[in-house]
Design a protein around this ligand. Sequence first.
Ligand SMILES: CC(C)(COP(=O)(O)OP(=O)(O)OC[C@H]1O[C@@H](n2cnc3c(N)ncnc32)[C@H](O)[C@@H]1OP(=O)(O)O)[C@@H](O)C(=O)NCCC(=O)NCCS
Length: 166
Amino acid sequence: MSAITIRPERDGDEAVIHELTEAAFRDMPFSEGDEQDLVDALRNEGDLTLSLVAEDGTRIVGHIAFSRVAISDGTRDWYGLGPVSVWPELHGQGIGSALVRRGIADMRAKGAKGIVLLGSPDYYGRFGFEHDPHLQYPGPPPEYFQRLVLDSPAPNGVVRYVPAFG
Ligand SMILES: CC(C)(COP(=O)(O)OP(=O)(O)OC[C@H]1O[C@@H](n2cnc3c(N)ncnc32)[C@H](O)[C@@H]1OP(=O)(O)O)[C@@H](O)C(=O)NCCC(=O)NCCS
């Protein structure tokens, strides 16, 4: 595979991102199969704070989204990571990791104070994400809700995503 480059999404990428997200999550047991609609809704509602695509020189091979979150203690400038998607046949080649690392760097440059996500601790721990019992997201098993503090102090409260997340 050629070298991967990462860039912000631009007009015309929407359909490929939709297809890619649908394909990436299709066989995931935890997925309800609507992540592609979530990305569209975030975009339509003006809540896609950062949307990056990975390209291999000929086509889009991965995508990552970030959107703001609210925290009940009033902490500002925190964001949610996700969904992140790579074509199934290209998993395990470092594309997802490259998107996460670039996404974190870009969000830091935008002034983000921290990032939360819902995902596998085995995967996201490598980027510095960890579960913090003081930051809660009701519903899923707590250890799957993780945070990365970019600028302390760490918040203390309940996290709410933008309406597109339902
Ligand atoms: C998660 C995803 C984006 C990772 O992209 P990728 O390009 O395959 O990831 P990388 O090649 O950078 O990293 C691969 C590593 O992640 C691990 N990994 C990938 N998905 C994982 C998961 N759900 N749970 C635990 N580990 C996972 C692989 O086992 C591999 O581990 P290793 O480096 O120790 O061998 C991709 O697998 C994907 O599109 N999955 C379907 C959608 C999804 O689950 N998105 C995340 C939830 S929002």
